[in-house]
Design a protein around this ligand. Structure first.
Ligand code: HEC
Length: 193
């Protein structure tokens, strides 16, 4: 049912043959933007395919491995930097009020095992003169807090606390030593004078 009279001569030239329930269609050219996009993406695709398929361009897995290697280098450098007790940073943290900051960090993170006053519970008494891992010096306490003793129930803090927080809490633990708080846990380890 091709009612061709309703179209002009121009329109008839581009009118397509088919007729679906009275619906007909002109054969318009594709819009330029569409053709250009098609051409550009095709052109882009050629070197892209050559690079990734034939010239050994990195796969997604290789790219993520590269990224991970970078992260690992940064983390290792950070760990090495953290591992060394930084006397200057310690002095700075003390000058900036480590006494109250350290106590705050201690109450929040350590008191659950060492009790508020450091008298010990799950973790050892930090107010006596007996030590198992540390030796009542900032350097040794720092090392234990940083690395933890996970097999013995002392968590690793190097990843959860910042360096300044650890230094502040070390200062706080130093201030607890030999305060011999009442009802403290029985001594563990060796006496350190
Ligand atoms: C989940 C419980 C737990 C938490 C939380 C915890 N500790 Fe401990 N800590 C322990 C245990 C258990 C030990 C003793 C490990 C052992 O028996 O060898 C210990 C040991 C230590 C020691 C070494 C004591 C010694 O005798 O050498 C220090 C110092 C210490 N903790 C400080 C801290 C600080 C500071 C925090 C908070 C940042 C903290 N701990 C949080 C359980 C804990």
């Amino acid at each position: 049912m091709n009612d061709s009279n309703k179209f002009s001569e121009e329109e008839k030239k581009i009118l397509l043959d088919h007729d679906y329930d009275g619906i007909q269609e002109f054969d318009y050219p594709l819009p330029n933007w569409w053709t250009m996009t098609f051409v550009l993406t095709s052109l882009f695709g050629i070197p892209y395919m050559i690079y990734y398929l034939f010239l050994g361009g990195p796969t997604l897995r290789q790219e993520s491995e590269l990224e991970l290697a970078k992260i690992k280098t940064v983390r290792t450098a950070y760990a090495v930097k953290m591992a060394k007790f930084d006397h200057q940073a310690y002095d700075k943290v003390i000058a900036e009020g480590a006494a109250s900051k350290g106590k705050e960090v201690f109450i929040e993170n350590c008191a659950s095992c060492h009790k508020d006053g450091g008298e010990g519970d799950v973790g050892p008494n930090l107010t006596d003169a007996y030590w198992m891992h540390a030796k009542a010096t900032p350097e040794t306490i720092y090392e234990v807090v940083l690395n933890g003793r996970e097999d013995k129930g002392m968590p690793v803090w190097g990843e959860d606390l910042t360096k300044d927080e650890i230094l502040a809490v070390v200062f706080h633990v130093m201030s607890l030593t030999n305060t011999n708080v009442a009802n403290g846990k029985e001594p563990q380890g060796k006496k350190v004078d």
